[in-house]
Design a protein around this ligand. Sequence first.
Ligand SMILES: Cc1ncc(COP(=O)(O)O)c(C=O)c1O
Length: 387
Amino acid sequence: MSFLHGELDALKRMGRLRSLRWLESPVGGRVKIGGREVVLLCSNDYLGLAQAPSLKEAAIRALERWGAGAPASRSIAGSLLIHRELEAELAELKATEAALLFSTGYMANMGLLTTLVGEGDLILSDQYNHASIVDGCRLSRAEVWVYRHCDPNHLEDLLRRARHRRRLVVTDGVFSMEGDIAPLPHLRELCDRYGAILMVDDAHATGVLGPQGRGTAEHFGMLGQVEVQMGTLGKALGLVGAFVAGEQVLMDFLINRARTFMYTTAPPPPLVGMALEALRLMKAEAWRRERLWENTRRLRKGLQEMGFDTSNSSTPIIPVLVGDDRLVMEFSRRLLERGIYVQGIRPPTVPEGSARLRLSVSAAHTPEDIDLALEAMGEVGRDLGLI
Ligand SMILES: Cc1ncc(COP(=O)(O)O)c(C=O)c1O
């Protein structure tokens, strides 16, 4: 396997080598790294639910009632009533007829894109869609036309030229590395006008956007108007897993066709029990979303006042554009020395020349955490000549 050393050396020379950082405490507003407590500004636990005590109790209850696992695929012997209960709750959250669980968002996107379209069809995909959408597009065998980020005019140009059997427009609801929101009303209008299916990946919008955290559709007052929605349990709900929400016929189709649903083991009951509880907390504890947005406003305002480029972010995902790969990693390293953990994001996750810090805010942060982060960002940003 000596060729692997060569491959890794090449990444290192480019300033693109990744390695894992070990946390010595559970994920929260702060974590322990290298024996020190630091502010964690790069987790997707937007509502601070990952450590909610009642989730642990829910896991134990589900474990006692249903056991540790459902060790078969859902279509064989892995469909438990607790799965049905969660799917009904998720459908209600998204105001759809039905929902279907998947093990991860990656698998849900793969399952959707490889079944809804195929050879002879067309996918129109936003330039900055998540990697799981990009990979789903590749596997689908459909033709893929990429439209400029959040640009309905470009999308319309492409739709006008499309002569394919079936057309599918796919977009992140909240873009994972930009923190901006897809122009859903425009996309809906274009899909209606040109007879295309609309698919929205609400991984970062579920629990975050809309007065009740129901996602991008709720944010735009468009509940019930998106035919294919994907959401995850792994971000604002603090767990892992995902779901598709839409009409019952879509779920029946996925149960029959989506290989990432058919050929994988069912989600374990303790996880499903925790997801039910996380949904309950999300609805009952509105203060979590309020605090999330207060923290978000405080951080973004502070960064912008110091002169950082936060792109078009309008959500708890706040990119700070740096450009150079090595510089962004140096920025991240120096922040950690000052007690702030923020990850540097480099290509291929973002386009060449657009390396950035990706800050993500949580309801688990206190205003003091945010102020500490701002102070450190200012000091290091000035040292590195970025502001
Ligand atoms: C926009 C988006 N879609 C899908 C996924 C994949 O979800 P999961 O982590 O559940 O596989 C992610 C992140 O992980 C994401 O950011």
